[in-house]
Design a protein around this ligand. Structure first.
Ligand code: GLU
Ligand code: ZN
Length: 321
């Protein structure tokens, strides 16, 4: 019998949700921890343009799984801003907080495949053992309740092809780590839900910031473990305040202006490599239409980070790093 490369004898047990969609489907998946700032506008815009330039659909998913980080009202503020910037989504906005049954079903199917185990290691213990988790608890049979749950890494992904970053090599310890899929505090982990959601929503193309380049290897391995088709990944440069630190509330990135969206949208396009110098646009719709027809993925900057100095809502300077 011939077994193709992607087939695993056990995958049938785990192929719980075989949802199929045709054509390109992209998404923007903000965490509602505050209003949109320039960095999140760049991520939204890149995924929007890539989708629309491919005649695709563009979905929005509110990633409110990590409830301690959720700020009340931030979801509405984000959606209002996307609308003000002309980034109109297709279909219904999904909220992770309303999808626990789905996550629990997938977790149960992974547990029944005996790929999941409980881990009691603290951050301090992991640090003392060399700084990365060495699959210490695999054979320990700790109790599941009130412990973190880890997925046994049966599909290590050591490398993948990114739509912009090209060939991406993953450090061995990261690729082989049994990563957490349910946290000690009982919350489903981002690594699990992002894969379940992207599959369930039929996402074919993920375009997002390059801070998620390494976690992508874990996500691809989970797509394989669950026998889900793997989407295409493209990681655009991350907008950083200083090298290594993405724009965020912590480093005081201001919320972008809903009243006057044109300057920030033009700046976001400039960040993404568009040359706008001689052009005049009197509406965001005209600007977006122009950007969609002039978009080419290969023309996006290939850097992992671009430093953004934002004087105010009108003036930005960019330094590729
Ligand atoms: N919610 C994540 C964030 O805001 C993005 C996840 C993703 O795009 O896969 O950083
Ligand atoms: Zn452990």
């Amino acid at each position: 019998m011939q077994i193709s490369q992607d087939t695993h004898p056990e995958q049938g047990d785990c192929a719980a949700l075989g949802i199929q969609h045709n054509g390109y489907r992209g998404r923007f998946a903000p965490s509602p921890s505050g209003p949109l700032h320039f960095g999140s506008l760049v991520a939204a815009l890149a995924s929007y343009l890539d989708a629309k330039a491919h005649n695709g659909q563009w979905l929005v998913r509110i990633e409110d799984i990590d409830t301690p980080r959720v700020v009340a009202g931030a979801d509405d503020a984000i959606l209002t801003t996307l609308d003000a910037y002309g980034l109109h989504w297709d279909g219904k906005v999904e909220y992770q907080s309303q999808r626990h049954t789905l996550y629990q079903d997938v977790l149960s199917s992974l547990v029944s495949c005996q790929h999941v185990y409980a881990c009691t290691c603290t951050r301090k213990q992991i640090k003392a053992r060399g700084g990365y988790y060495d699959n210490h608890c695999r054979a320990e049979h700790h109790r599941f309740d009130s412990n973190a749950l880890r997925l046994q890494q049966n599909y290590p992904v050591m490398e993948f092809e990114d739509g912009l970053q090209g060939h991406v090599q993953i450090p061995d310890d990261i690729a082989r780590e049994d990563y957490i899929i349910k946290r000690r505090d009982g919350l489903f982990a981002y690594q699990l839900v992002v894969v379940v959601d992207d599959h369930d929503q039929g996402i074919t193309h993920v375009v997002r910031g390059a801070d998620l380049l390494e976690p992508t290897a874990r996500q691809i391995s989970l797509f394989k473990q669950l026998a889900y088709p793997t989407p295409h990944f493209t990681h655009v440069p991350l907008a950083v305040a200083t090298p290594g630190f993405k724009l965020s509330k912590q480093n005081h990135a201001p919320a972008i202006d809903n009243q006057n969206p044109l300057p920030a949208l033009m700046a976001a396009l400039t960040f993404l490599g568009f040359s706008l110098s001689d052009l005049q646009f009197d509406s965001i719709d005209a600007l977006l239409t122009w950007a969609i027809s002039n978009y080419q993925r290969a023309n996006l900057p290939h850097n992992k980070e671009i430093q953004v100095i934002q004087q105010d809502n009108l003036h930005y300077t960019f330094t590729p790093l």
